[in-house]
Structures are given as C-alpha cells and as structure tokens.
Design a protein around this ligand. Structure first.
Ligand SMILES: [Zn+2]
Length: 577
C-alpha cells in the first residue's frame, strides 16, 4: 500500500512537473518578439552608436560586453559588442563568431542591421527560445563599423559612391578591403615598396589572428549576393576565373544558408544587370579582389568568412531599414546557427590538459585548423564521412579516426595524444609553417622600418602607435616618472595583456639605464615592432607571445638620454666655434 502511495505520489509529481513545464513553454511562446528598436527609423552615427552600446552593456551586464579593438585613422574607436550568456566567461568549446560591417563606409545597411541585431538578441533573450539557444551556445562579436570615418563622410540616400570614393575609403583614401596581405601577390616585389597598412586593417588583422574565431560575416552593399572565398586567384585576371578554397563545399553551404533565407538574395537577380545562380558566387568568379579580408581570414586564421552584399543601393534612406531587417533577419539568425556544424572537441594529453596549436587534419581537405590554448578546436564540415588525424609538436599523431557529420548539428570528438620522446627535437617551425605564408621584408618586418635614434618624444609616439594598432596583444603602462617628469613607459606584449595567467612566466627587458648607452634602447623598440608585426604569422613569435608575458622598457633614464643628446650638440658647437 505504502509502495502504491509512493508510486501515485511520483506519478502526481511527474504530472505536475509535466504540466508546469508545458505552461512555462506556452507562456514563453506567447510572449511577442520585442522589436521596438524598429520604431526609431534612423541611422546611428558614431557617438549615438557608442552611447547605445554602453547603455546595452549597463542594462545587460551578464550578456553584453563592449570592446574597442583599435582606433580608426581619425581616432574613432573600432567598437565591438560581444554577446553571450555569462559574457566574460566563454564555456569550453563554445564557438566564437563575428560580424564585421561597414568596412566600406558608404555601404550602410549592414551597419544598421548590426545595431538592430544586438538589440534583438539582448531584448529577446530569455523569452524567445531560438534567441536564447543562440546566445547560450555562441560567443557573438558584432562590429557595426570597421570604417567609422568613412561612414561620417557618406551621404544618406546616395546609392553609389561619391567621387574619388570618399566615404567608401578610410580617411587616408585607402580601400580597406584591398589593404590586407594577399596570398597570391608578393607585395614586397612591387615598385611601391613595402605596404604600409592602415590602422583599421592592422586592428582587424591582429583581432583575427589573436582570437579563435570560427565563423564570420563581412557585410557590404551595392549588390545582393553571398560571395565566398577566394576573392583572389593566381590567374592575375580581373574576373571570371573561379578560385575555390579547399573548403569549397563548406563555403558554398555557408553562403547558401544566408542566401536561401533571404527573400531576394536567393533569386540571384535582385539588382539590375546582376545574375547569380541561387544568389551565391565564388568571389574571384564575380570579380577579383586583391588584399581582401575574407581571404585573409581563411589563409591566416581558423576563421571562415563569407561576404554578404545586402542592398542594391549602398546608402538607402533610413526609412528602408525596417524593410531590410525583415529581409535579413532570418538569414542573420540562420548564419549564427551555422557555426554549430561539423566537428568540435578538445585535444589533450594523458593528464587531461589541453594541447595548444595541435593540428586537425581532415583527409582530402588541404586546410588545417589548430587548437586554442585550452586545446579546443572547431572544424566546420558539411554532412559526410571523414577521416581525422591530429598532430602536435612533441606528441605522436593520433590514428586516422572516422567521424560522421550529420545535418544540422555538431559532433563532439575529443582526442588524447601520447607524448613522443623520440621526436622531442622536432622543430615547431616545421609543424606550423605550412599554414602560414609570411610576407616580410629582409629584416622580418611587415611595415617600413626607420633605423635611427628616436628622441624621447618619438619613442613615446612609436610605443603609443604599437599599442593602438595591436590592442589585442599589447598594454602600454608607466611605472613612474623620471626626475624631469618623463613617463617611464613599458609595453607589455602577451596574448592576454594585463592578465597574469597561471603558469605563464613573466619576462622583462630594461634598456638605457645609463642615458648615454643607447643601442639597447633602439634594439628594444625594434624588438617590440618585430613581435607585434609577426604575431599570428611567425610560429615562434606567436608561440612566444602566447606562452610568455613580456614587458619591455626601452628607456629607464629618458632625462639622461636627453642630456647625452644635448652634450653631443654642445661638443659639435664648440668644435665649430
Ligand atoms: Zn563593399
């Protein structure tokens, strides 16, 4: 009898639980989606955008975090809003994805859609099941404008670019989507000499290679199509030569996810004169872009980026924005969900510790992805059967392991590697070199280097410039002031600047303690430039910065240096006299 009572009690409990869960679900679905941001049909300019994002962070502190990943040429912040549940702590193997819009300052639809998307995700989190699932499972980075200077020079209602591409280009007149290193051209052999990268480009390059992004969208305008890499080819032609990546199937799938959910993009004939089969195209087949961002993502990082052209008119009136939101909303959500495809997992040693920079090799696909410092990896793959091999420096390669990828979900696959003492002398360089294609000058620098003595003022400017251009891996700080009031500046270089990570050794270089001994001072400045410019492309530099917290002080005695300079001048003067 007592047993029966317990049974009934359990049945009752199940019924209550069942009923209450149904009513909760019903009430969730009954709540209307909140899109009140559409009532304000206007573009957000720089200050308004910054204020809005700050406001969102204060309203949703657990879901949103604001970053500046660098400065534009006119010193505007390159703002990124990160959205995820428990936003300051990414879960193990939770994928990171990014949206970058308005790289061409006069292509504005994507910019405003990002303003809407941020609010849509935050306002409907916890009430809409789909939004809640996306935010709970994904670390989303939203950059409404990579070219805030160009946007401020552009004219609302202008469907084409202004004369001389004012607004499309950055404040220095450079097209940012032609400013990235390109795998098919050796920029150092042309008559222009070394390429001097723009602030915006350097900021994005560093951000891309210093974070384990998995998927990215690059939002443009002036056409309606999803365009996937490569944008450039070895053919040297201006167009019409298909240039597929080794991951062509994955890229075609990703492009189709967006295009198929867009009522006009999928037709392929949304704008006059354009025809794209099913609304997607290989970039180089359409027209070649040398120095573009999406190729850089694929060639120099683990991230897969696709370019979405969103509107025939580059800068339509703001009154169209609600309409554009309705055209793109399903595409944006579906694209975020597409980051959860293929396989992911952790590569670890026998103690369960993650192995960094292990290589995930898929048989038949000549493109390797590598693991994070926690050993995590994400390998986007379309449904099918694959053989996976994992290799890492100092470990025996895994056996070829069969995996099956099914539609609409990501499969977990962890790997445990055995130490390989017989190959402990294997050079890390040989392991990683195949991924990267560094294009550096004969001294190993990416941008022109002036070999000269830098005055205190120039030294400060150089250190400031490095910290502005490489904010993800540097931190400029002062440890005090000299007798005459000069800051004693230190530039920290680390994959996580400002944070002491357990087990990570800290290292310092101090030079110019005697103000008139100046070689070390210049060497340290050159070393800083070298470390920053080679991070993400040079395996040893990358490994060094990822595993060490480096503090560099080029001068401990700026007053003495100044005196030494004046002294030389005085001697010259006396001799002349
Ligand atoms: Zn564009």
């Amino acid at each position: 009898m007592m047993g029966l009572n317990i049974c009934l009690f359990i049945v009752n409990l199940m019924y209550i639980t069942f009923c209450s869960s149904v009513s909760v679900n019903e009430s969730i679905n009954d709540i209307k989606i909140n899109e009140n941001f559409l009532s304000n049909q206007k573009y957000h300019h720089y200050q308004e955008l910054a204020d809005l994002f700050k406001n969102l962070v204060s309203r949703y502190p657990n879901l949103a975090r604001l970053h500046s990943i660098g400065k534009s040429s006119e010193n505007r912040d390159l703002l990124v809003l990160e959205i995820s549940e428990n936003v300051s702590n990414r879960k193990l193997a939770e994928p990171m994805m990014k949206f970058v819009a308005n790289m061409h300052g006069d292509e504005t639809v994507g910019r405003q859609l990002m303003v809407f998307l941020a609010q849509y995700l935050l306002q409907n989190y916890g009430t809409d099941n789909r939004v809640t699932t996306i935010v709970n499972s994904t670390d989303i980075f939203i950059m409404p404008s990579m070219n805030p200077d160009g946007f401020e020079e552009s004219w609302e209602g202008n469907c084409n670019s202004r004369d001389n591409y004012i607004g499309r280009n950055n404040a220095h007149g450079v097209d940012l989507n032609r400013d990235f290193p390109d795998q098919f051209i050796d920029a150092f052999n042309n008559s222009n000499g070394l390429p001097a990268k723009q602030n915006e480009t350097l900021a994005l390059m560093t951000w891309i290679v210093s974070n384990p992004f998995v998927l990215s969208a690059n939002l443009h305008g002036g056409a309606v199509v999803a365009s996937y890499p490569y944008d450039d080819s070895a053919s040297g032609l201006d167009c019409c030569a298909e240039s597929p990546t080794p991951d062509n199937d994955v890229f075609r799938h990703l492009a189709s996810v967006y295009a198929n959910a867009h009522p006009f993009m999928k037709t392929g004939v949304a704008c006059p004169l354009d025809t794209f089969e099913n609304g997607i195209t290989n970039g180089a087949l359409w027209y070649e872009v040398k120095g573009g961002m999406q190729d850089f993502n694929y060639v120099h990082s683990n991230c897969f980026e696709v370019t979405f052209e969103l509107s025939c008119c580059k800068y339509p009136n703001a009154s169209n924005m609600s309409y554009e939101w309705s055209n793109n909303k399903e595409s944006l959500l579906s694209f975020m969900e597409a980051v959860h495809m293929g396989i992911k997992g952790v590569v670890m040693n026998h103690d369960g510790a993650g192995i960094q920079a292990a290589q995930i090799v898929i048989e038949g696909i000549n493109h390797i992805v590598t693991t994070t410092n926690h050993g995590e990896y994400w390998r986007l793959l379309v449904p099918g059967n694959y053989q996976v091999v994992v290799t890492a420096w100092g470990y025996k390669p895994s056996n070829a392991t069969p995996v099956t990828v099914v539609e609409g979900q990501v499969s977990w696959k962890n790997f445990t590697l055995e130490l390989d003492s017989s190959h402990s002398d294997v050079n890390l360089n040989n392991q990683v070199e195949i991924i990267f294609h560094p294009k550096m000058d004969e001294n190993g620098f990416a941008t022109p280097t002036t070999f000269k003595h830098h005055s205190n003022e120039e030294l400060k400017e150089e250190m400031n410039a490095l910290s502005t251009n490489y904010p993800s891996i540097t931190r400029l700080y002062s440890v005090g002031t000299s007798v005459e009031g000069h800051d004693l500046l230190v530039l920290e270089v680390s994959d996580n600047p400002g944070v002491h990570e357990p087990g990570e050794p800290e290292f310092k270089y101090v030079a110019n303690m005697h103000g008139n001994e100046v070689v070390g001072r210049e060497m340290l400045l050159l070393l800083l430039k070298y470390l920053c410019e080679n991070y993400g492309t040079h395996p040893q530099v990358t490994n060094l910065i990822n595993t060490t917290r480096i503090h560099i002080m080029p001068t401990m005695n700026p007053d003495g240096y100044q005196r030494a300079q004046e002294d030389i001048f005085l001697k010259l003067f006396i001799q002349l006299d």
